[in-house]
Structures are given as C-alpha cells and as structure tokens.
Design a protein around this ligand. Structure first.
Ligand SMILES: [Zn+2]
Length: 312
C-alpha cells in the first residue's frame, strides 16, 4: 500500500529510481522513499559545518503546520519532510518540495555537490549517482570503481578464524618481547618497547589469518597485556638471578629463580612497586602504539557487507 503510494508520488513528480526514488532540482538532491509507515522526502544540501539559517527554519515550521504533515525539520545538511499514507497528493508533494527548494535558494544554501567518497567538491570529472547500502549519493566514477575494487578484494579474501589468529598473535607477541628482555639484560627498563610487543602481536595475528572481526581488538589487547607482563617478569627474574650470583650464592636453576622472583615481588614492596609501574607503563605504550593499527584492520569486516550499484 505505502509502496504503491510512494511509487505514484514518484512517477507523477518525475523522480527516477526503483523503490528508492531520487531527482535533482538545480543541484539539490531530492530523495523520496517509504520509511517504516511514513513517506520520507529528503532534500539534501551541500551544507557542511554551517548551520541552516533561521529563515529556513521558519519556513519549515510553516509547512509543518499542515496537519497532514508529520514532520518537517532540519537534520544535518538535509531537510526531512514526512507524512503518512495518502496524506498528500502528488501535486502537494511537488509544491512543498519546490517551496523548500525556493527558500534554500533564497538563503543561498549551497547545493548538494560533492563526491561523498573522496569529499571533494570538484566534480568536473565524470560522476554517477550511486546507491550504497540504501543511501543515495553522488560520486566520481573513479572513486566508485576504487570502492568496488576494495569490496571485491575483501570478498575474495578468506574470512580467517580466531584460533589461528590467537596462535599467530601469541607467537609474534612472544617474539616482540625480545627487545624488551634484551634491554633488561643490559639493565635498562624501556617501557616504550611495549609498543614493539603490541605491533608484533598484531602482525602475527594478521599473518596467521586471524579473523578481522569484532573480537579481534579484545583478543590482541589481552595477548599484548599478557606478553608485556611476561616480558617484565622475565627481566626481573634475570636481574634477581644476577644479583644472587653476584652475592656468591652461585648459579641457581631457572625454577628457583622464578620462585625467588615471585617471592621478592610479593614481599619487597619497593621492588613490587617498580615492577608494577614499569609493567603498567609498558602496557600503556603497547596499547598506544598498536591501537590504531588494530582498529584499522578490525574495520575490514564491515566493507565486506557494502552493497553498491550505479543508478545513473
Ligand atoms: Zn571522489
């Protein structure tokens, strides 16, 4: 019912498209569609960060006084007009649209004219009106092709899985602790090296085909935190073992060194505090250094679901 009504309104007002209708008046892009149980007309302008002038708002509130209209309001760079099934005749819809376009022109509101993919306003090269996930927009042909390529690339990529990702993250996370531990052997505590651990774990995760899903970030954060703690603990163990042997206790075994380290950490408060602050700082650096990379890759799953088509 609603769809038939919207279709009639579209045909009689020279809209183009199927299901999601659009047309341009001047360079304003007008979109007509059914939205739940309402008809939605969107008049998209090229307004960016500026605010719609009060004069436009006044005109809209006049239109909104029509009882058959549910809403007529400004939403970001768009003007939204909604009404119910059979609320307005095709002619009335056309008149309201041209009224709104007139008031936009009157207030010199910039038209909708930028490529939404590269955000450039220079549309001298060829453009198309395209539909991406139910949103109509105008974009350069080249930008659209670039997007399509990216989508195809992602679709051809195997989806990956978490188990192999965790495996790779652990291996490379452990390898990433080497600089930290080496520095510790020379007596330096360089928390900044936590970054290497985070980046390395991320590399291993991707290298082993880890799934680029929602849980990736929390998996990598956990691996990184554990690895930083391990690196810090290993460094402490070396230092304590070194201390002990320099005090003439001779070389003690690995297990004993670990036992002593845990004992010292728990019972020597200044050693414990130093350990905590070094490790904490290491974690902070690790996450700061790798967060951007982790997040960047995690988003790749989203592009897989992009549905894009050229309308004209
Ligand atoms: Zn572009």
């Amino acid at each position: 019912m609603l769809d038939t009504y919207v279709k009639t309104l579209a045909t009689e007002n020279d809209f183009r498209g199927l299901g999601l209708f659009y047309k341009e008046i001047g360079d304003y892009l007008i979109i007509l569609k059914s939205d739940l149980d309402e008809v939605l007309v969107e008049i998209r302008t090229g307004l960016r960060d500026e605010i719609m002038p009060a004069g436009v708002g006044e005109k809209l509130s006049l239109i909104a006084e029509d009882e058959t209209i549910n809403d007529c309001l400004i939403k970001k760079a768009s003007i939204m007009l909604t009404f119910g099934l059979d609320g307005l005749s095709s002619e009335e819809v056309g008149n309201y649209i041209s009224d709104i376009v007139d008031v936009l022109n009157e207030h010199l509101i910039p038209a909708y004219y930028e490529c939404e993919l590269c955000k450039e306003t220079n549309l001298d090269s060829e453009t198309n009106i395209i539909k991406i996930n139910n949103r109509i927009l105008r974009a350069h042909n080249t930008c659209y092709e670039y997007l399509l390529n990216k989508v195809n690339e992602k679709e051809e990529m195997p989806e990956g899985n978490y188990v192999s990702g965790i495996f790779g993250g652990l291996i490379f996370g452990a390898l990433g602790t080497i600089p930290w531990i080496l520095a510790g052997l020379f007596g330096w505590i360089i928390s900044l090296l936590g970054m290497v651990i985070g980046l390395s774990a991320n590399y291993g995760y991707n290298r082993f085909g880890g799934k680029q899903g929602k849980s990736k970030a929390s998996i990598l954060i956990s691996i990184t935190v554990v690895m930083v703690i391990l690196a810090s603990f290993t460094t402490s163990t070396f230092r304590i073992a070194e201390d002990l042997s320099s005090q003439g206790t001779g070389n003690i075994g690995l297990l004993d060194s670990i036992r002593v380290t845990i004992y010292v950490l728990l019972n020597n408060s200044s050693f414990g505090t130093a350990f905590m602050s070094n490790t904490g700082l290491g974690v902070v650096f690790a996450l700061m250094g790798s967060w951007r990379v982790i997040k960047e890759n995690s988003g790749q799953a989203a592009i897989r679901n992009v549905q894009a088509e050229i309308l004209e």
